[in-house]
Design a protein around this ligand. Structure first.
Ligand code: GLU
Length: 302
């Protein structure tokens, strides 16, 4: 009784803050979100000139996500629903715009992407943001904007369990290696093992099939994606140490024509909030821990 009263009081106080901030339109201070207060169906007050306000008015957030990238983005064939670490992070950001809805997917339209289509999906304005194991780098930053880092990993190698000839990246020279077109993994292999015969696919599941069929000797990409492949085929193993750093960010179209005002900031605020209040750790535990075996409370933890 006492604690529920206290909860109600906190919720009321938070609502008051929302109302008070909302009154100050034009001050440049976005209002507190109801997502954090636990209030249901109260639309957060957003600045009128912000891109998030335009999305709230439209009633749909378009999220670029992966369909076959365990544990980050998967389209569940049984339910047709998207799921995974990236998808749950996207849902928390959506709550920043639409409030703490019980079925936030009502407000999300998922736009399937693969590695090579992530940037065009943004520049052609087919999605509002792309959350898809998307490494932040200078080359990509010339074309699109990124949020702050929300996940850290690095590139490794996957081979069949009985393989003893490949133990490090330079061993890939002269070998057939599968990776995804348009990924940093492809670029890193060209640099670290220039004599490797690269076999490029749209995604990593077809690479796993080529490995199973003996048509390639190895698959190489981010370790956490490889964890997902090992889960799908326990007859494989990950070898070697990291030969790249892969910090993931959420991609957004550049605000060149003031058509994405405040959007990266809103995403970053949402990320900070979900790391601070433990939602990030919970999502990590649900999706990453079952394949990695570790637990983390922030993306910076090594
Ligand atoms: N993180 C890397 C990239 O952004 C590889 C993973 C992927 O292809 O999604 O390219």
């Amino acid at each position: 009784m006492h604690s529920s009263l206290k909860t109600a009081a906190v919720a009321l106080a938070a609502l008051f803050v929302v109302a008070a901030c909302g009154g100050g339109a034009g001050t440049g201070t976005p209002a507190a979100s109801s997502a954090a207060t636990g209030a249901t169906s109260t639309k957060p007050k957003l600045e009128l000139a912000s891109y998030a306000y335009a999305i709230q008015t439209k009633g749909k957030l378009r999220v670029g996500a992966r369909e076959d990238n365990v544990p980050f983005g998967v389209k569940n064939v049984a339910t047709s629903k998207f799921e995974g670490f990236d998808v749950d992070i996207a849902r928390e950001i959506a709550k920043e715009i639409f409030g703490n809805e019980s079925d936030i997917d009502k407000f999300i339209e998922y736009v399937p992407v693969v590695s090579a289509t992530r940037i065009p999906t943004l520049t052609e304005s087919k999605a509002d943001f792309v959350i898809a194991t998307f490494t932040i780098n200078d080359d990509r930053k010339k074309q699109i904007d990124f949020s702050d880092v929300y996940f850290n990993t690095g590139q490794k190698i996957l081979v069949k369990k009985d393989n003893s000839t490949i133990t490090k990246v330079t061993d890939l020279n002269g070998k057939r290696v599968c990776s995804a077109k348009g990924s940093t993994s492809e670029v890193n292999i060209r640099k670290e093992a220039p004599q490797a015969a690269l076999e490029l696919q749209d995604t990593y599941v077809p690479c796993l099939i080529l490995l199973q069929q003996g048509r390639v000797d190895a698959v190489s990409t981010d370790e956490t994606i490889l964890f997902g492949l090992v889960k799908q085929d326990p007859n494989t193993k990950i070898v070697g140490s990291y030969f790249s750093a892969e910090p993931y960010g959420i991609g957004v179209k550049k605000n060149a024509n003031n058509d994405r005002n405040g959007f990266v900031d809103l995403i970053n605020r949402s990320l900070v909030a979900m790391i601070q209040d433990g939602r990030w750790a919970k999502i990590y535990k649900q999706w990453i821990t079952p394949v990695s075996g570790d637990e983390k409370t922030t993306p910076d933890q090594r």
